[in-house]
Design a protein around this ligand. Sequence first.
Ligand code: NDP
Ligand code: HSE
Length: 428
Amino acid sequence: MSIRIGLLGFGTVASGIPYLLRENGSKITDAAGNTLEIAKILVKDNEEKNRLLAAGNDFNFVTNVDDILSDDSIAIVVELMGRIEPAKTFITKALEAGKNVVSANKDLIATHGAALIALAKEKEVAFYYEAAVAGGIPILRTLANSLAADKVTRILGVLNGTSNFMMTKMVDEGWTYEAALAEAQALGYAESDPTNDVEGIDAAYKAVILSQFGFGMTIDFDQVSHQGISTITQDDVAVAQQLGYVIKLLGSVEETPSGIFAEVSPTFLPKSHPLASVNDVMNAVFVESIGIGESMYYGPGAGQKPTATSVAADIIRIARRITEGNLGKSFNEFTRETVIANPNDVQSNYYFAVDTPDKKGQLLRLAELFNAEDISFEQVLQQKANGERARVVIITHSLNKTQLANIKQKLQDEPEFELLNTFKVLGE
Ligand code: NDP
Ligand code: HSE
């Protein structure tokens, strides 16, 4: 008897699964310990069903989710619709019905994952979601299994394929923002609402999930500050290049002496840093730990086949467990009490771009403001701006989040200074 699967949604990722089952059938059957069969696929309506059938997709398409949820022969439900609802309701019902669930839905897992994980545990079924973080990179299972003996201290990641693709096209090839976004959408990288990609929200969801697997703590999505690529200007890119950096949208999760901290922000990376050469749709997760030291996991962060491969790996793992009769083990068993870091313990160097009248004494005044907050400069650059204005670029030595908030406020209070942008700067 095959292990029967119900797919919820048949978009970019889901439609890659039949390809893998077809092209790699015997290996998958050996690994799963059984043959896998796509029994039913949920689509939105009859129009979509007829369109897919006419296009040669020979599957049992259904338009009512109950056709899958009430089908006792279906053991694994694979949710690939995205967004919170109705995905949350459908997954909840599937788990309640004793079905195992695979999902790639980071929005849902980062915001409502705890309840779904608890329900899966109560029902002794599996709930796996490897594809939710960094698409084709098998990072969650690596953290849960291969780093089980290690203590992770910091995770840095290029975690959004769309924004990395867009930045690469805009910076290296001179594309416009609009053209780069349209191409990312055409290639199936972007979310249905690409705001999540370009505003750092998607990467923040992934940081939440990484906090669980890397640190055993569940940081709330609301506690992950996020800033996206839409805030980066051509001037920022040019000055970064001039000073030997590249700008990447980086997610970071770190454990400080007082607790855990996570954020997503455009970050100046020295050109020599391994993450600096992660381009196009590629993602990378750079892990610092006391055992391995530094390790980096690199691969496509989005796209049909890479993501479907991660989803299929979860399906195979569940099928194997069904065959062997040992379901119910949590995807991630590392859990500790969540303690959020004191802002004074969260340290980084920063880039400041400040617009000011181009007149005597302004640089000195700026230095006094920073000095009053005990912030020292590593590099300073003054550039001629439009008219009688100057643009001062500062790379600071390390400062903490309290100092950062204070100096931003001070600059805001000074009518002659306009803070154009401030980003984190990673050390060598
Ligand atoms: P798509 O938008 O391409 O596919 C989702 C499909 O589900 C669409 O065809 C959509 O129809 C359909 N759908 C939505 N709601 C329903 C519903 N109520 N009933 C039936 N069908 C429904 O998304 P992706 O395949 O790109 O992404 C799927 C999931 O995987 C998301 O959670 C995404 O975040 C995640 N993911 C995606 C990656 C990628 O590279 N694309 C990488 C990693 C994760 P319609 O279009 O009509 O709304
Ligand atoms: N939209 C996401 C990205 C898909 O571009 O990274 C993968 O999670």
